[in-house]
Write a protein that binds this ligand. Structure first.
Ligand code: NAD
Length: 268
């Protein structure tokens, strides 16, 4: 069967767990050469497990340590990957985290930490990716010369008390994504976002790890189930593939209906 991302080189940031891990596995199934990025030596082992499992299923992957908030490390990652595999065709700008606090207690350090990884990290990786797409031009692998998928969140739209840094980073991603999509659409580069709702990963363990927490969470989800990394990963494969060739600058909500104002379902 034809693979949708055959031989395309995909850097997936924050891919040693959760949604990034799910994307790494789905992209490899579709024939992509996957760069499983992780931030610190402590995540290396987890990344290697994913790489080895992909290889055992006849896929191709490597692990790569890089903190996406550090400009020199991001530049080096794109240079190293391009030197080893010839280029980069796809970026999944996925790395992200939370550092929550009541707004009046939030320190500048907490603010800068989250913005630095969630928003500046996406800026740095997208910039290096687009430079590489433009340098290389059409290589016949895809209708576009390059694709970027930015991992946003329903919180680019839903305000989130106690998470001002996180919500601001995701709102920022929306405008960053739309602006660069507008800037590079004529160069045949496609840039889109995915806005996940509640997906069962380590980032939000507090929201689902007891039955009571899970029941509370499900009140916010019309489909009455928590999402899985594969739900997002399959959407990311589609956005990266030529099946989505006319999709540019959009945000695909993968949220089981969370943004449908579930509180109004019973007539408000
Ligand atoms: P996760 O904690 O499993 O994954 C986040 C990954 O980012 C981790 O692997 C972590 O090591 C990596 N990371 C953190 N700092 C990094 C850095 N400086 N450089 C490189 N990598 C770094 O959680 P997840 O849910 O899989 O989150 C992935 C993305 O999805 C995040 O951007 C998150 O905001 C977004 N998201 C998640 C949910 C959800 O419900 N899980 C909902 C909306 C959006």
């Amino acid at each position: 069967m034809e693979k949708k991302l055959d031989k395309q080189v995909a850097i997936i940031t924050g891919a040693s767990s959760g949604i990034g891990e799910g994307c790494a596995r789905e992209f490899a199934k579709e024939g992509a050469i996957v760069i499983v990025n992780y931030p610190k030596a402590s995540s290396k082992e987890k990344a290697e497990v994913i790489v080895n499992e992909i290889k055992a299923s006849n896929g191709d992957a490597i692990g790569y340590q890089c903190d996406v908030s550090k400009e020199d490390e991001v530049i080096k990652m794109f240079a190293d990957v391009s030197a080893r595999f010839g280029t980069v065709d796809i970026l999944v700008n996925n790395a992200g985290l939370q550092s929550d606090a009541k707004f009046t207690d939030m320190t500048l350090e907490q603010w800068n930490f989250v913005i630095g990884i969630n928003l500046t990290g996406q800026f740095l990786c997208a910039r290096e990716a687009i430079k590489e797409f433009l340098r290389r031009g059409d290589n016949g692998k895809s209708k576009s010369i390059g694709k970027i998928i930015c991992m946003s969140s329903v919180h680019q739209k839903i305000p989130w008390a106690g998470h001002a840094n996180y919500a601001a980073s995701k709102g920022g991603i929306m405008m960053l994504m739309q602006t660069i999509a507008q800037e590079f659409a004529s160069e045949k580069i496609r840039i889109n976002s995915i806005a996940p709702g509640a997906i069962q990963t380590p980032i939000n363990k507090d929201a689902w790890d007891t039955n009571a927490d899970m029941q509370n969470l499900l009140k916010l989800i019309p489909e009455k189930r928590i999402g899985q990394p594969e739900d997002v990963a399959k959407a990311a494969v589609w956005l990266a593939s030529d099946d989505a060739d006319y999709v540019n600058g959009t945000t695909l909500f993968v949220d089981g209906g969370m943004t449908l104002y579930p509180g109004f379902a019973g007539n408000g």
